[in-house]
Design a protein around this ligand. Structure first.
Ligand code: GH3
Ligand code: MG
Ligand code: MG
Length: 328
């Protein structure tokens, strides 16, 4: 176990760090616990308990360091001493909760035995409270319990933002990401483009081969779309057979090129459906966010207008929104 006083933040995403294995990179399979206590003996003891129970541990000697390490390493759980110099445990807990809607659980460690202190801890957002001196088995069991609850929560959070059929972001999440992307582009004066892709004559695939086949086509289309987009692109299922991509730091010309790649990734190779080869195409509308005051809705509406043009001009093509020819 080591704190920031002995090392700068390690180059790997999450560092680890038990007394026995001071230089081993954190294994993403193992939960990472951030332990904050100004008492070195408690840090060493609890760190050793957690280490031999299969957890990776990073330790902080005060609240400020705990917040820095939490930001850098995204721990799965925090064990936080209430009384620390400077930023105390309550403040650490509140900052962690404020920083994210899905913050990691916090368990307080404290010498305070009175009810008021326990209530204050739980009201600050902690999930649990351990009074010193604690025993290894109970502390580890409480960590396990908090992580079980977190796993269930994380699963729900993921399901709430992902489309069940394709695994892409769902409409609700796309709307939220779209607002955030526009706000970011506005704040930093960066470019941003929106691409809408709608599969052509998709209804006839359902009609000819059945709904299950239609579903398989949607899954394969989603896989191809994801495969030819960048990690930083925001890719989702906008509706039935319509997909949306938000391309940060991408201007109209680059977005049109990306859209053409998307068109080709669908039409270039036939889809295989239970031994049948099926030609699938999509029409694509592209709009670049180019006006400081352009609202999220206008960006999507402009891409939709361009998509409508692509359909009207014969399908299986890309159209770039132009304010001069197609006022939204
Ligand atoms: P266009 O080229 O004009 O876009 O024609 P289209 O047939 O693709 O468009 P239309 O809007 O007429 O039909 C879309 C169809 O997509 C109708 C709907 O039943 C189907 N659909 C929507 N969601 C799903 C789904 O989750 N699974 C399946 N199999 N079909 C879906
Ligand atoms: Mg369609
Ligand atoms: Mg459609």
């Amino acid at each position: 176990m080591r704190g920031i006083e002995e090392t700068a933040v390690p180059p790997f995403k999450r560092g680890v760090l038990t007394a026995d294995t001071p230089s081993v990179a954190h294994d993403d399979q193992r939960p990472l616990v951030l332990l904050a206590d100004d008492d070195g003996v408690t840090r060493a003891m609890v760190g050793a308990w957690l280490g031999r129970s299969g957890y990776d541990v990073i330790a902080a000697k005060d609240g400020q360091e705990a917040l820095e390490l939490a930001k850098a390493h995204e721990p799965d759980l925090l064990l936080v001493d209430v009384t620390m110099p400077g930023v105390d445990g309550y403040e650490v807990c509140r900052s962690i909760q404020d920083a994210s809607a899905v913050a990691p659980p916090v368990i307080f460690l404290t010498a305070h035995t009175n009810t008021t202190a326990r209530v204050a801890g739980l009201d600050a957002g902690a999930v649990d409270y351990m009074v010193k001196p604690f025993e290894e088995a109970e502390l580890v069991a409480r960590v396990r319990a908090a992580l079980r609850t977190k796993a269930v929560r994380d699963d729900f959070v993921e399901k709430a933002s992902v489309d069940g059929l394709t695994g892409l972001l769902n409409r609700r999440e796309l709307d939220a990401r779209c607002d955030a992307a526009v706000a970011l582009a506005l704040r930093h004066g960066r470019t941003l483009s929106c691409v809408l892709l709608d599969l052509d004559h998709f209804k006839s695939i359902n009609d000819r081969f059945g709904h299950a086949a239609g579903d398989a086509v949607l899954r394969e289309a989603a896989r191809r779309i994801r495969s030819c987009s960048r990690a930083s692109d925001i890719v989702g299922r906008y509706g039935g057979e319509e997909f949306m991509l938000l391309l940060p730091e991408t201007d109209a010309t680059a977005a049109a090129a990306a859209a053409e790649k998307l068109r080709l990734v669908l039409s270039g190779t036939p889809f295989e459906l239970a031994g049948i080869e099926l030609d699938v195409t999509g029409s694509v509308g592209v709009a670049a966010w180019d006006e400081p005051m352009m609202a999220t809705e206008s960006l999507v509406a402009a891409a939709d207008e361009a998509l409508y043009q692509a359909k009207a001009l014969g399908r299986n093509r890309v159209e770039l929104y132009s304010a001069r020819t197609s006022p939204v």
